[in-house]
Design a protein around this ligand. Structure first.
Ligand SMILES: NC(=O)c1ccc[n+]([C@@H]2O[C@H](COP(=O)([O-])OP(=O)(O)OC[C@H]3O[C@@H](n4cnc5c(N)ncnc54)[C@H](O)[C@@H]3O)[C@@H](O)[C@H]2O)c1
Length: 437
């Protein structure tokens, strides 16, 4: 080995001695250029390169035009922004379902990232009277809406005009049971709201927890997923009020053991739970105290005074007035309420906020307006008053005016004919209450 090693090192020495003097490499350059050109020209390589460039540039020129024409692409970009046609359709909730296809086309031209973020929103009780109008508004402004309803008082017909809309989902579910969904906002409306329905099953109304367990489940969901939560409470939390008109600071005058208390106390408990989740768990909450509301899609025969009078006048029956008819109520049209709920959810204030129309009517005055609108020959029938019926009810809405910049716009004489048209259609077609829910 030693010998070998010596030999190799011995071999090295003479080779260094014979190395020619350094010559610059630039001499090689003129020879390599024609060689690479030769390489490209051989075997039609140049032709392949040119064809490749041509295909590539054609794709980049044509692709943007194709994407503008493609209907599937316009669908995929709907939600990212708030289109002009969406905003226009807010003024007429009943056009929404027919227009969403057109809205999609308009949106496709708005660049991604511009405009309002599309929200996922749950509306519990969304197949009911107020809920279905709220759903119309939320879909019209471009959000995704999931309705949860057990159809106790709600109807599929109230939302079926959205069935083809990919941004709408309907889940048959009782809020008394927990549910897990990923959403940004929860409007919690699920609750039998009319005396006929809540007196029919008072335990279901309060302990059923529709008001207690239902609200608890929805607050739990809001906490888990970090969603905003809005509770639709009621003017019934003021009971038979000793203060008039009612301000949000008034604590109420409620009979805790009366026939109406399943509803009144149920909603008061729901408010308590809502505030406890806000203070204790940091959930972002809103509370609306809703006063009497009327409009299309109200339940027929639900025992509420406006729907009673309207249905009776259309059926040519006497209008039933309980007591002397001098008790007062204020009536707000449903689109005003929906605007108030959305303003509350989007605003910065927890509430509670009174949402109602301060215009005050006695039951006899309301009966006169209904007669003027439907049938001037209608008669009035007096019956004994029901227990715990409040004598006066009128909201003070100065807090909502100031902090939400909201106030109702439609008078009773403007709103009533819209409700009458819907009731007439449903009563004359007689399509309800026959198991077609
Ligand atoms: N309309 C009014 O004048 C008025 C006044 C004050 C408060 N509110 C409140 O507004 C909300 C909506 O009232 P509305 O007039 O639309 O009543 P509604 O009866 O028409 O709607 C309530 C909806 O909730 C659903 N629901 C009831 N219990 C449920 C449960 N356990 N699980 C799932 N869904 C359930 C019903 O099927 C229905 O679709 C209610 O919370 C009510 O208390 C309404």
């Amino acid at each position: 080995m030693k010998q070998l090693h010596k030999q190799s090192s011995a071999n090295h020495t003479p080779s260094t001695q014979t190395t020619p003097p350094y010559s610059p490499k630039t001499l090689k350059h003129p020879r390599s250029l024609p060689r690479s050109i030769n390489y490209i020209l051989k075997e039609q390589r140049l032709l392949f390169i040119l064809v490749g460039i041509l295909i590539g540039s054609t794709f980049f020129i044509i692709q943007p035009t194709l994407s503008r024409l493609s209907p599937s692409d316009s669908h995929s970009s709907i939600p990212r922004s708030f289109s002009l046609s969406n905003r226009e359709s807010l003024s007429n909730p009943y056009q929404v379902s027919k227009n969403y296809g057109d809205a999609n086309k308009a949106v496709a031209r708005i660049p991604v990232g511009i405009g309002r973020k599309r929200l996922r929103i749950v509306v519990t009780g969304g197949a009911g009277f107020v809920g279905s109008h709220l759903v119309d508004k939320l879909l019209a402004r471009g959000d995704d809406v999931i309705v949860i309803d057990n159809f106790f008082t709600g109807r599929k017909e109230n939302v079926m005009h959205h069935f083809g809309n990919p941004r709408f989902e309907l889940i048959r579910h009782d809020v008394v049971e927990p549910i897990l969904l990923e959403v940004d906002q929860i409007y919690h409306l699920a609750c039998p709201a009319s005396p006929v329905h809540y007196k029919y099953n008072p335990v279901k109304t309060i302990i059923s927890l529709t008001n207690v367990m239902g609200t608890l489940n929805m607050l739990g969901l809001a906490k888990r997923i970090g969603a905003k939560f809005l509770l639709t409470s009621t003017s019934e939390v003021y009971g038979d009020p000793l203060e008039h008109p009612q301000k949000e600071t008034y604590w109420g005058h409620v009979n805790p053991i009366g026939v109406r208390s399943c509803y009144d106390e149920g909603k008061r408990t729901a408010e308590t739970l809502t505030m406890d989740y806000h203070r204790g768990a940091g959930v972002e909450v809103r509370i609306a105290r809703i006063f009497n509301t009327y409009g299309p899609r109200m339940c027929l025969d639900d025992g509420r005074v406006v729907s009673n009078f309207v249905a009776q006048a259309i059926r040519k029956q006497p209008l039933t007035v309980y007591g002397d008819g001098k008790q007062t109520r204020s009536f707000q049209y449903v689109s005003d309420l929906v605007d108030g709920l959305v303003a509350l959810m989007e605003g910065e204030h927890v509430g509670p906020f009174n949402l109602g129309n301060p215009g005050e009517f006695t039951m006899l005055e309301l009966a006169e307006v209904v007669k003027e609108t439907i049938d001037s020959s209608a008669t009035i029938e007096f019956k004994p008053n029901t227990a715990d019926d409040p004598h006066k009810r009128k909201p003070d809405i100065s807090k909502a005016k100031e902090l939400l910049n909201w106030e109702p716009k439609k008078s009773l004489r403007e709103g009533l004919p819209l409700m009458v048209a819907d009731f007439r259609n449903r009563i004359l077609n007689d399509d309800e209450g026959k198991g077609n829910k």
